[in-house]
Design a protein around this ligand. Structure first.
Ligand SMILES: C[S@@+](CC[C@H](N)C(=O)[O-])C[C@H]1O[C@@H](n2cnc3c(N)ncnc32)[C@H](O)[C@@H]1O
Length: 271
């Protein structure tokens, strides 16, 4: 990515080595499973079957596969794709002994996969970080043979949220932001940011309305997490995440933002 390309300013993963290592540690069982990966595994009860072909878009180091293998002892294949090459390398290393797991670099805006080639398509915690979701949802649906399951933030209203890294913080490790650097341009636009967008359920429904073969579009809150899960007590000091999620009034909180985590599920009509 060119840092000067304004269209890519929201892409923060490319050089986030530390985040990749955290995902890798989860994938190999050295760090706890994410609550959301346990929730996804549970949400697939009755959907995933022996022989299922599962695609995970934005798979990181493939750590959701760990939860899936733990819960489902039968054979199914898993294809993880992610736009960030180093994460895909880590995923390949983490699952090198899993003959039914494959990983590839690919982009949700333009998937290099054929129509309906996977029974189950997963996309967890990615849509909220993208600048737009119409094309990504179209692509996810295009490759779905049977069930699409997305986890993102969905509420009554849409909010477009940019998290701006403060001075001396960096969302990209090779970008030290010193006090000499402006955070915003002359028009007030952020020069570096990370999206945490919330979409209204009505907008999500609108994104699906013209897609062919959608049946049972269902959106429900993901409240499948333990309040204790976000404690860092068990993490080794060197690996402790700094901005750990908190829980207030039953909702996960990131900084100042109450996160309306939700699952979006769509099934393909059988003909
Ligand atoms: C917040 S992480 C979520 C990782 C994992 N699914 C999870 O829930 O822990 C977002 C992931 O999406 C990947 N990603 C970002 N933009 C992408 C794109 N355009 N296409 C595919 N993957 C992308 C990032 O590299 C990163 O691994």
């Amino acid at each position: 990515m060119s840092k000067n390309n304004i269209n890519d300013i929201w892409r923060v993963w490319e050089s986030s080595v530390q985040y990749g290592e955290m995902l890798y540690n989860r994938a190999i069982g050295q760090a706890p499973e994410m609550e959301s990966s346990k929730a996804v595994a549970k949400a697939l009860v009755g959907i995933i079957q022996p022989g299922s072909r599962v695609l995970d878009v934005g798979c990181g180091a493939g750590h959701y596969l760990r939860s899936l293998r733990k819960q489902y002892k039968f054979q199914f294949s898993y294809f993880g794709i992610d736009a960030t090459m180093p994460y895909i390398e880590l995923a390949k290393k983490a699952f090198e002994h899993d003959a039914d797991a494959l990983f590839q670099v690919d982009d949700i805006y333009n998937l290099s996969l054929t129509d309906q080639s996977f029974d189950i398509v997963l996309c967890n915690n990615l849509l909220l970080h993208l600048p737009s979701i119409v094309q990504p949802i179209r692509e996810l649906w295009r490759v779905t043979g049977s069930t699409l399951l997305i986890r993102s933030m969905v509420g009554e209203n849409s909010f477009r949220i940019q998290q701006i890294p403060e001075w001396e913080q960096n969302i990209q490790e090779d970008t030290k932001i010193s006090e000499k650097d402006p955070l915003f341009d002359e028009n007030g636009e952020a020069l570096r940011f990370h999206y945490f967008n919330i979409y209204s359920s009505a907008y999500i429904e609108w994104c699906f309305q013209n897609l062919r073969g959608v049946e049972n579009l269902h959106i429900w809150p993901d409240q499948d997490f333990s309040n204790d899960a976000f404690s860092t007590d068990d993490w080794p000091e060197y690996d402790k995440p700094k901005n750990i999620t908190k829980v207030i009034a039953g909702l996960q909180v990131n900084g100042y933002i109450l996160e309306p985590w939700a699952f979006i599920r769509a099934d393909r009509r059988r003909i």
